[in-house]
Design a protein around this ligand. Structure first.
Ligand code: ADP
Ligand code: MG
Length: 460
């Protein structure tokens, strides 16, 4: 298989590879690499210089192979060729990777690129009920950095678009002003901080201190992703506290993301959590069915695939793949890869069912299972699934628990006693009571009826 699709598959594999490497290594070794062909179990790459052959086959072979496998579901052997060799060897079946030391040149790109990902913009962020508040808040911050909401704290489960929105803010600001934006994950912050404390023989490593101060203080916008990983590193928290204060006092915009709310960042110092709530805290929720289909449609358009993907296939994916947008994207890639590997077979519902059976089967075996419903309901209300299964009686847990019990009753064939045991050992009359209560409430409360409807769709 050759052409656009190969390129699309490789772009997806590159995203996976990029996550594994430092940005310097990634841009050095992968910027100018092209995937030329996937054929007879061999993936052929064109590389710019001989040194790339050596690096890629010695140090990155497994990473590339694994990434291609994740995207295509197929194991390929890898072959790296220079442009000349591709033209000369076109007819030859296989070429050994052999490099003479003296061929080895120096790669051109040793400069670190901007750490913002230009693919993540507001334009390609699809907005629906579950994320419209987050998107609006992000856009206001992008338009008025340091003025509207400081800090902006975005939280929600993995795969719901937090990182996307943060890069979108950064890209918007750099495209519309001269402000300096720094995007880091809390891991990178911790690493930089650890480097400061590496002492040389004389005591402190002043270069690193300067580097750190310059990197984190000499900016206008700090975007820090996945702050939950800062928990536990006490000294780093103190340093982050100082960084935060310095920037904040200077009216520099700070944007933070996390997989949970500031209150639930138990490992973080109180004074940090308090500061995180000074600005605006926004929760981003899992996409409902209609947003899932919308996202799929947009991704398909943006993907420019050779084949059409019909509406029934989109609905099939949207109703079977839950809430993680990353998985929605993965399913399209898998589908296109499958069709292409099958010689360009047109994408029908049957083909989709076949192509996605690994993806979706997992879902089916759990389908209508109590644990799955508990997870979906907990996700929706942003509480811990353990709490739903516990005896805790606080209202913020009791109500979602009643909703979950109701859904278990209508969406599974489980008995009242069985449902009771799965919800903190309640007896069957409590379950019956909860189910009745939700049924009655739905009749008079349209909002609740809508929520239940949406959850039912999510359950499938
Ligand atoms: P998180 O940081 O919350 O784990 P990401 O921002 O990494 O999630 O999103 C995962 C993937 O899903 C990314 O490729 C992102 O572009 C995509 N995505 C998430 N939400 C949306 C959306 N509303 N519209 C378009 N793409 C989205
Ligand atoms: Mg993220």
């Amino acid at each position: 298989m050759v052409g656009t699709n190969v390129n699309i598959l490789f772009q997806n594999a590159l995203k996976i590879i990029e996550e594994e490497l430092s940005s310097l290594s990634f841009s050095t070794w992968f910027d100018e690499v092209k995937l030329i062909e996937l054929k007879d179990g061999i993936a052929t790459f064109q590389v710019p210089m001989a040194i790339h052959k050596k690096q890629l086959s010695n140090n990155y072979y497994d990473i590339i192979k694994e990434a291609l496998n994740q995207v295509t579901g197929t194991n390929f052997d890898l072959e790296f060729l220079l442009e000349d060799e591709i033209n000369v060897n076109k007819e030859q079946t296989s070429t050994q990777v052999s490099i003479q030391e003296e061929e080895v040149g120096v790669p051109s790109t040793f400069l670190e690129k901007s750490n913002l990902n230009s693919n993540y913009t507001f334009d390609n962020f699809v907005v629906g009920n579950s994320n419209k508040f987050a998107q609006a808040a992000a856009l206001s911050v992008a338009e008025n950095p340091g003025k509207m909401y400081n800090p902006l704290f975005l939280y929600g489960n993995s795969g719901l678009g937090k990182t996307h929105l943060m890069h979108a803010i950064g890209n918007y600001i750099t495209n519309n002003s001269n402000r300096k934006v720094l995007y880091v994950t809390s891991d990178q912050f911790i690493n930089d901080f650890i480097n400061i404390n590496k002492k040389d023989e004389r005591g402190t490593n002043y270069n690193y201190v300067d580097f750190f101060k310059n990197k984190y203080r000499n900016i206008d916008v700090l975007i820090i992703d996945d702050i939950q990983f800062l928990g536990g590193a006490t000294q780093t928290q103190q340093e982050f506290f100082h960084t935060f204060n310095t920037l904040y006092d200077d009216s520099k915009q700070i944007i933070i993301s996390s997989d949970r709310s500031p209150d639930d960042l138990k490992l973080l110092e109180e004074r940090l959590r308090t500061r995180f709530c000074w600005g605006l805290t926004v929760n981003i929720f899992p996409p409902d069915f209609s947003l899932r289909t919308e996202i799929l449609r947009k991704k398909i358009l943006a993907g420019n695939f050779e084949q059409d993907i019909p509406e029934d296939v989109i609905e099939y994916i949207a109703s079977n793949i839950g809430s993680d947008v990353r998985q929605l994207e993965g399913s399209i890639t898998r589908l296109v890869a499958y069709s292409t590997i099958m010689g360009g077979a047109s994408i029908t519902l049957d083909l989709a069912i076949d192509a996605l059976k690994d993806f979706i089967n997992k879902g089916v075996s759990e389908k209508n299972d109590i644990a799955r419903i508990q997870k979906i309901v907990a996700e929706f209300f942003q509480i811990n699934v353990e709490d739903i299964r516990s005896k805790k009686r606080s209202a913020n847990i009791a109500f979602p628990r009643q909703v979950a019990m109701y859904l278990c009753r209508v969406a599974t064939s489980e008995s009242f006693p069985k449902i009771g045991t799965e919800f903190g050992g309640k007896d069957h009359s409590t379950v019956m009571h909860s189910v009745e209560k939700i049924e009655n409430e739905m009749k008079v409360n349209q909002d609740l009826a809508n929520i239940i409807d949406k959850l039912k769709k999510d359950i499938g």
